[in-house]
Each structure stands twice: as C-alpha cells, then as structure tokens.
Design a protein around this ligand. Structure first.
Ligand SMILES: Cc1ncc(COP(=O)(O)O)c(C=O)c1O
Length: 395
C-alpha cells in the first residue's frame, strides 16, 4: 500500500483537541515536559473517530433501549458476523456455534488459565509482551515464565520467537500454556505459516495448550495476511483457545466485547461448563457495535490501514539518533530500542520529560530499555512527536 500524500480528514485531529477529549491516552497528570503539551503515544487505542457502522450501532442501542442483558439472538448475530469476516479476511471458516462473547481478551486469558490448564502450572510468555500478561498469572497464583524473543538485530531483520528457549522452558517448568500473541504487541511481528507450524510441533510435544491472542488480526501491512493459529492444523486447533476482538481494528475497547473461539469439541464442551461467568460482563452495546463493525465496517478499516501505513512510512524515515526502530509488520505499535542510549534513567522516562512524548516503558513489557510507540494518531501530530523525540535524542 503506498503511503498517502493528500490531505486526509484524520490529519485535522489536533493534539489540543485530543487533550480536550479526556481519554486516558492523552491525560497523564504529573508530567510536565517543559510546559509543552504531552503527546499520548502509550496505551493501544487509536485517536481516530469511530466508523459510521460503530457509531450508528451505539446510537441505535440508545434509541432502541438496548441496554438489557444479552439475548441469544444478539450473540448469534455477533458469531455470524465474526465468522463471515474471519472467513473472508483470513480464510478461517469458524462454526459460529464455536464463537462466544467475552467482555475482553484479558477475561478470556484468565478463564483459559483457570479452566484449561492444570492447577498450579506456570505460564510461558515470549517477551517483550503486552504488559498485563506479565502480571495477571501471578494474581492467579501462577508463575509467569518470561521467555525473551530473539531481537531484531538490524534494519532488515525482525524479532522472532526463540523456539529453543521455549522448548527448554517447557521442559524446565512443566508449563502447559504458551501465550501466543499474533500479530505481536509490542514487536509488530506477523508470524509466518512456518513459524506457526514450529510452535504447533513444540506445544504438541509438551502436551501443552496455546492461548492465541489475535486481537490485532486485521491490522497487517505490506500485503501480509494474518494467519489464525487454530486454522493452521487440526493439532493446533485441538490445543488452542483463541481470543480476539473488534476493539483494536475498530477502536472500541471501552465497549467491552471480545470473542473466544473454541476450535475443538472438547474445548467447546469445557467452555459450555465454565463460560457463564467469563461471558457475563460482555456489554450489549459492545456486542451490537462489534457485529456492525465486522459486517459494515470493512471500508473504514481499509481506510485506517492505509492511513496507518502512511504513519509507518513517517516512522521509517524519521531521524531518531541512537534508537533502534522496528517498523511494525502488523499492529500500530512500533518498538523502539533505547538500550544503546547513554542515560541514567529508563529511556521512556527521559523522553516523556524531555520530548513530552509518552511511550510505554519497555520494562512493563518485560524488556527494560525498550519502548512501545503507538503510531495511531493524526499524521501532523505524529510528525511533531517524531521531531520532538529526535531533538531530545540529539540534546
Ligand atoms: C496483544 C493484546 N492483547 C490483549 C489486549 C487487551 O485487550 P482487551 O482490552 O480486550 O482485554 C491488548 C490491548 O492493547 C493487546 O494489545
């Protein structure tokens, strides 16, 4: 996809307007950054306004008084819409009966640990990782075993799962669960069929399961297409709980609706026994909005992908001395490697103060010295953020 050069309506979203909007992403009290307004580039949501499909669905929820508990019909509509989108986009024909609603992916993660792994067993997590994956297992009394990924070592190389290290960690800890986030937050990797096949062989050898977090599935670039892990083979389908949501691609995380896919009969039976509580917090307007997004939001999604691609190009061309920059293959999250900087504090803290750009500290992702940079903002704002970062790095 070529980067856009013409003026786009998202370009008009100013930093001042975003700050006035009151979102968490744009409000970090206590940070000053030399009196300049802060630019929020940490939490994974987009600054863009919602698609008409989503906005209309939420409005309809109000007008038609759809604030009651979820009906079976609305759940079925969501499952049909999901199934049709995932089939068209990713070639995975999921039986809608196997698609269940949850409030969010993290609820599905908790349910997977609690109901799909032997009590007390540790959880393997490739790092860097989405931050709560590092802390949630401990709150459930489970050991979290971080397994560092192999880092990108140059502009053309890319992050990769360290299969030998995962193998050794399975053996050493007796873990029965691997967290597989693809497309990957925060390295932006979109795993290949061959990489997924290698994971399947490994997990199968250890009699373990995969929690397949595919929340960023529609957000891929340069012709890459997301490959659902459970769709790669019967072996993978039988050891996987897949969790996803329309919340990243259509920007509706506050509407609280995710989807779990049970890709084998035994898992579906288990979910039928234990799924009531994890499903219970799913928001009715979120289900209606997600159904609308999957059904009528495809054009908007393509427009957003095109815009994000332009933002990726801006990052690729940016002058950020001393930083290793990984332009994402998928997701709108870029990984910045600041381990080569000569600082006596975490680079994210230095750049928040000196550049006024708030990034996620890699330490929270399990990789100190790195930073996660959310590119999903108006391009003029991104341009300013990159200029500020460059200036702070040159100072
Ligand atoms: C990879 C990944 N997994 C899970 C989540 C959390 O999703 P949810 O809000 O549905 O729990 C996020 C949110 O940024 C994410 O990036």
């Amino acid at each position: 996809m070529p980067a856009q050069t013409h003026q786009h309506r998202f370009d008009a979203l100013t930093a001042d307007a975003m700050r006035a909007g009151g979102s968490w992403k744009w409000s970090r009290p206590g940070l000053d950054a030399h009196g300049r307004g802060l630019i929020g580039a940490f939490v994974a949501e987009m600054d863009f306004p919602p698609s008409d499909a989503v906005a209309d669905a939420v409005r309809d929820s109000v007008v038609q008084n759809r604030f009651g508990y979820l009906s079976d019909a609305w759940v079925a509509d969501l499952a049909d819409a999901f199934s049709s989108f995932w089939s068209d986009r990713f070639g995975w024909s999921v039986d809608p009966e196997r698609v269940r609603p949850v409030p969010d992916v993290m609820t599905a993660f908790v349910a997977t640990i609690e109901h799909f792994t032997p009590p007390g067993t540790p959880v393997l997590l490739p790092t860097p990782a989405y931050m709560p994956f590092l802390t949630v297992p401990g709150r459930l009394g489970r050991e979290l075993v971080p397994v560092p990924m192999a880092p990108a070592s140059g502009p053309s190389s890319r992050w990769a799962l360290d299969l030998d290290a995962l193998d050794a960690a399975f053996t050493a800890t007796g873990s029965k669960l691997l967290v597989l986030t693809n497309p990957h937050n925060p390295t932006g990797r979109v795993l290949t069929e061959a990489e997924l096949a290698a994971v399947t062989a490994l997990v199968d050898r250890h009699g373990a399961r995969v929690f397949a977090d595919e929340i960023h599935a529609p957000l891929t670039f340069d012709g890459r297409v997301h490959r659902p892990y459970a769709a790669t083979s019967e072996v993978a389908a039988a050891h996987t709980v897949t969790a996803t949501s329309a919340s990243k691609a259509w920007n509706l995380p506050g509407l609280k609706c995710g989807q779990v896919v049970l890709s084998d009969a035994a898992s579906a039976e288990r979910w039928a026994e234990v799924g009531y509580l994890p499903e219970h917090g799913t928001a009715t307007p979120g289900v209606l909005a997600s159904t609308a997004a999957y059904t009528h939001g495809r054009e908007w999604l393509d427009e957003v992908l095109d815009y994000l691609d332009g933002n990726r190009a801006l990052l690729r061309d940016a002058d950020l001395p001393g930083l290793g920059v990984t332009v994402p293959e998928g997701t709108y999250l870029a990984w910045l490697d600041g381990t080569g900087l000569d600082l006596d504090e975490p680079p994210a803290a230095y750049l928040a103060r000196e550049a006024g750009v708030v990034l996620t500290d890699g330490a929270a992702c399990g990789s100190p010295g790195g930073m996660r940079f959310n590119l999903a903002m108006a391009r003029p704002v991104l341009s300013e953020a990159l200029d500020r970062l460059g200036a702070a790095l040159r100072a």
